[in-house]
Design a binder for this molecule. Structure first.
Ligand SMILES: Cc1cc2nc3c(=O)[nH]c(=O)nc-3n(C[C@H](O)[C@H](O)[C@H](O)COP(=O)(O)O)c2cc1C
Ligand code: SF4
Ligand code: FES
Length: 646
């Protein structure tokens, strides 16, 4: 416990609250009232500051679980691949009453009568390409066979699968070593492959040189927003007097995204080298890797990598005689998606609930961790830094397309025959090539219905839409081209122009067997569960949208539903503290707009309605229970907002 506390500045002991809660829960199985008081005393805090964490973070429990605790993913790609059947069959085998579908379905933990097992629905475990997945204890089980529960429970080791050979359309830089039979996570293996050479080289350069290289590379963040990495770094003043922090965002929780997990599990030193070069460039003497709580093995792999790097003096005091000191620490999250948002993450790292901060003034580069300048970058972004040093910024910028440079990892899940990860030169592959050539196409006899191209918050694209995209020509001029979904290049600008976004690189493919109300309901359930609750439009609106889509599925739809859904979405987006507001509104806005016929049909109350498999006839509802009157919409508020008076 003392070692965990020592990872944070002495005047910020509160940061150790989550590590201590994890340690307590690992040892005793749950967080008792006694634990709350004990940890609070240890950190000189009032007990409420600990209790508020236990109630906020889904992974902390106030009651014991069964001896073996099983977490089943219920989010979209797993639900499409049989996640609900997996839970159903587990419950039947273990004699547990399954958690009900709909409202509050994933919170309760159900325990078998003998106390040997317990089950819980959880949100996306960042392994959507091998859906359905579950965690038995701390182990992840991928491609779970829903019909062989006994086998699943007998298994002693997890069955993580890797795509050994890259597809010919891939250009692997970050994933160069993933799946290589002779590749291990040991530092010796990394060193044999030229590892830490770029750190050595970077330490001979000036900080400004490195920042310039990153600027010239055109690297855009791979965490979701696609913001220029070099520009972000340049916000840190070279003569900054306050401590500067670097945070590696390894929260990877956007449904459909599963790349950072593989980097951490397979090539931890590549990430560490990227972090150390970046720390040097930013003069950040402390870096934290905020890793999601559901990656316990990943956290152990990184801890080991840090110790190995320390023995070679790649981190610690006076790194390789350069005079630069840097420490890297692991900080585990505890199951809250909102901690992927950079300011929510910072609050969480400070030992508080993951409540995002308002920007301005709390831009991390100005007022970040402990109110000091802080750079938050995604795992994949930080890995690119090493390659930019190796290649030089301009050479790196030749990869991909103008303004969309380098390579990026796309994660394909859903209704394709070969789901998985593919590292491409940004924009060098079209959506059609990705879906049909790389991911093996749709199942026999199926047609493409829609694609969610950048994680579940990205707006859905309908397969039969035509898109008008402006494209730069070699002579510098731009022409507008109309194209089909298959022709859209997989890059930031093209996907934005197509009305969606490249986001976190999680591509979810939907075929013509999918009911779009069901798909949206699953997404809505995720966001309703994950809203941090600070802003009224987001907290109330996300739940309201979910209740409506859920009711439509249960046969309680009314004709106003599609309009109500749209109005709620319109009243969330742009009216919240953080971009979660848009993330939860965009799916509803786009699904209702793009598939009006399906929403209208569900709103007509067929009797009995075609129920999805996870609902039982008992869950049919006939009465209207949710208000359907659109929210009062006063255009005066909008005008006042635009004028900056509210
Ligand atoms: C609701 C929400 C969730 C997010 N989740 C993640 C995440 O899991 N991982 C991540 O790297 N970025 C996530 N982001 C983006 C981060 O706020 C931040 O932009 C990113 O970590 C910056 O790194 P980059 O510039 O390297 O992309 C999220 C943003 C929002 C609004
Ligand atoms: S938009 Fe939602 S998640 Fe973001 S701060 Fe507001 S309530 Fe929290
Ligand atoms: S791991 Fe289940 S949806 Fe992502």
């Amino acid at each position: 416990m003392d070692e965990a506390i020592a990872r944070y500045p002495s005047d910020h002991r509160r940061s150790a609250a989550m590590p201590l809660l994890h340690l307590w829960q690992e040892h005793f199985g749950f967080v008792s009232d006694e634990a709350v008081v004990w940890i609070a005393e240890k950190l000189c805090l009032p007990p409420i500051n600990i209790l508020e964490l236990v109630t906020f973070y889904p992974m902390f429990r106030q009651e014991p679980t069964g001896k073996t605790h099983i977490r089943v993913c219920r989010t979209l790609s797993c639900a499409m691949a049989g996640g609900f059947e997996l839970m159903e069959n587990l419950c039947t085998t273990l004699g547990i009453q399954r958690p009900p579908a709909g409202d509050g379905m994933h919170n309760p933990i159900r325990i078998s009568a003998d106390g040997d097992y317990s089950v819980e629905f959880v949100e996306c475990l960042a392994s959507c390409g091998t859906a359905p997945v579950c965690m038995i204890g701390e182990q992840l089980y991928e491609n779970a066979d829903v019909n062989s529960i006994a086998d699943l429970l007998r298994k002693q080791t997890s069955n993580i699968k890797h795509q050994t050979s890259p597809h010919p359309l891939e250009h692997r830089l970050i994933f160069k070593n993933i799946g290589r039979p002779d590749w291990t996570t040991d530092i010796d293996c990394y060193l044999r492959d030229g590892g830490y050479e770029q750190l050595k080289q970077a330490l001979t350069l000036s900080r400004a040189d490195i920042v310039n290289k990153v600027k010239n590379s055109g690297l855009r963040g791979r965490g979701g927003a696609g913001f220029s990495c070099g520009l972000k770094w340049s916000f840190i003043k070279p003569d900054e007097k306050r401590p500067v922090y670097l945070i590696c965002n390894a929260d990877e929780s956007e449904p459909g995204t599963f790349k950072d997990r593989y980097i951490i599990h397979e090539d931890p030193h590549q990430l560490l080298e990227g972090i150390l070069i970046s720390s040097y460039a930013l003069n950040a003497r402390t870096a934290y890797i905020y890793i999601r709580g559901e990656f316990p093995e990943g956290a152990k792999i990184l801890e080991r990598a840090i110790e190995e790097a320390r023995t070679h003096n790649f981190l610690g005091k006076n790194i390789l005689g350069s005079g630069f000191d840097a420490e890297v620490y692991i900080h585990r999250g505890a199951g809250a998606y909102i901690c992927g948002e950079e300011t929510g993450l910072i609050e969480s790292l400070e030992g508080k609930r993951g409540y995002p901060r308002i920007k301005p003034p709390y831009f991390p580069a100005v007022l970040g961790l402990y109110m000091c300048p802080t750079i938050v970058n995604n795992v994949e972004t930080l890995c690119h830094i090493r390659h930019i040093i190796a290649m030089g910024g301009s050479e790196y910028a030749r990869l991909g397309r103008p303004n969309n440079t380098g390579t990026r990892i796309l994660c394909v899940s859903g209704d394709v025959q070969r789901p998985g990860y593919f590292e491409i030169e940004v924009g060098a592959v079209t959506m059609g090539q990705l879906t049909y050539e790389m991911a093996g196409g749709l199942r026999p006899g199926r047609k493409l219905k829609a694609v969610i191209p950048g994680g579940s918050s990205a707006k859905v694209l309908r397969a039969d839409e035509r898109f008008k995209l402006k494209q730069k020509q070699s002579d510098g001029s731009t022409i507008e081209r109309e194209m089909s979904i298959d022709e859209i290049p997989m890059d930031f600008d093209s996907l934005t122009a197509a009305g969606s976004m490249a986001g976190s690189g999680g591509v979810i493919v939907l075929d013509d067997s999918r009911d779009m109300v069901w798909v949206l309901n699953n997404i809505n359930e995720f966001y309703a569960h994950e809203s941090c609750g600070q802003c009224t439009p987001c907290r109330e609106g996300s739940l309201w949208m979910q209740k409506i889509t859920d009711r439509m599925l249960r046969g309680g739809g009314v004709v106003e539903d599609p309009k109500t859904l749209k109005t709620i979405g319109d009243n969330i987006a742009g009216r919240t503290i953080c971009a979660f507001g848009e993330a939860c509104a965009w799916p509803t806005q786009s699904f209702v707009e793009k598939f009006p016929e399906e929403f209208a049909a569900r709103a007509k109350k067929p009797v009995p309605p075609p129920l999805p498999p996870e609902y039982t006839p008992k869950e049919l509802i006939e009465e209207q229970e949710i208000p359907t009157v659109p929210m009062a919409h006063d255009p005066g508020w909008e005008k006042a907002g635009a004028a900056g008076t509210i």
